[in-house]
Design a protein around this ligand. Structure first.
Ligand SMILES: NC(=O)C1=CN([C@@H]2O[C@H](COP(=O)(O)OP(=O)(O)OC[C@H]3O[C@@H](n4cnc5c(N)ncnc54)[C@H](O)[C@@H]3O)[C@@H](O)[C@H]2O)C=CC1
Ligand SMILES: O=C([O-])CC(=O)C(=O)O
Length: 253
């Protein structure tokens, strides 16, 4: 499998450092609006930095988007139209219903697949199983340190309380997890975002109720030093999903 990466930041660097050149996965093409970032990562991976997306499209089997929701909106359709699979980290962009439908229809028409790893939250496996019945309630409470949210506060403060579609508009690079949960639950879930000077982790609490009963998950994620908005777990989930394409045994939904 030849892989291209769009967005050469914290997540992409972790993917490359972990996978480098593993049997069956060759991460070869690197694109970033900051060409230096693409060149640095290409150098580490012994790959090729490209200056426009089209330069990788006839050469890859899968593109990993690890850039931003705006980037995803620009690249998704041209990638899928070529029948290339797409792994999406900036899931928040998919809260735009028209865009999501376009992505879905294009993927189906060109026999491409779109994957969204579980990212920084815990519980999507259970939600996927629970969605066989009816899900009646789902919420996410996210607590991050001021530097993760770009705020300066002395006391904990609720920054946002409302629906996921609004949360991803207001905090596009901090709450993609709300979109993953909403898509998995097939509802615009309730979201609360708290800035808390007492925490040094990215904390995500998920509550889901439905026909199956109810569950709560809580993850206290170590953030990347280089980008404290992002949890290391998010990059790990992408790596695990990439590896799963070569595995013959799968556990969990
Ligand atoms: N699904 C999830 O659970 C999670 C998703 N994310 C999202 O994943 C994405 C990547 O995260 P990180 O690696 O932490 O970000 P980062 O900020 O460390 O790296 C992003 C890279 O993408 C590049 N970039 C931004 N916009 C671009 C564009 N339009 N075209 C080309 N390159 C562009 C930037 O120059 C940068 O090098 C972000 O959108 C982030 O919000 C982050 C954490 C969890
Ligand atoms: O990494 C995290 O903790 C969550 C995050 O930034 C996102 O969902 O965009």
């Amino acid at each position: 499998m030849i892989v291209g990466i769009v967005g050469c930041g914290a997540i992409a660097n972790t993917i490359v450092n972990e996978i480098m050149s593993e049997e069956g996965i060759e991460i070869k093409y690197f694109y970033d609006r900051d060409i230096e970032r693409a060149e640095n990562l290409a150098h580490i991976a012994n790959g090729i930095a490209i200056i426009k997306l089209e330069d990788m499209l006839d050469k890859v089997d899968l593109v990993v988007e690890a850039a931003s929701p705006i980037a995803l909106k620009n690249i998704a359709i041209p990638i899928l139209e070529k029948g290339i699979d797409l792994m999406v980290m900036s899931v928040g962009a998919l809260m735009d219903k028209e865009f999501r439908e376009n992505v879905h229809n294009t993927a189906r028409k060109h026999k491409a697949k779109v994957y969204a790893p579980s990212g920084a939250i815990v519980g999507l496996d259970g939600i996927k199983a629970a969605s066989i019945g009816k899900i009646t309630q789902a919420s996410l409470t996210t607590r991050k340190a001021p530097k993760s949210l770009g705020r300066e506060v002395e006391e904990e403060e609720i920054l946002f309380e409302g629906k996921a579609h609004e949360a991803v508009e207001k905090f596009p690079v901090n709450i993609n997890v709300a979109a993953s949960l909403s898509i998995a639950c097939n509802m615009d879930i309730d979201v609360k975002i708290i800035v808390d000077p007492k925490v040094d982790r990215n904390v995500h609490e998920v509550l889901v109720k439905g026909d199956f009963g109810e569950f709560r998950t809580s993850s206290e994620n170590v953030p990347f030093a280089a980008n404290p908005k992002t949890s290391m777990l998010a990059a790990f989930s992408a790596i695990k999903l990439l590896r799963s394409f070569n595995e013959s045994f799968s556990v969990g939904t």
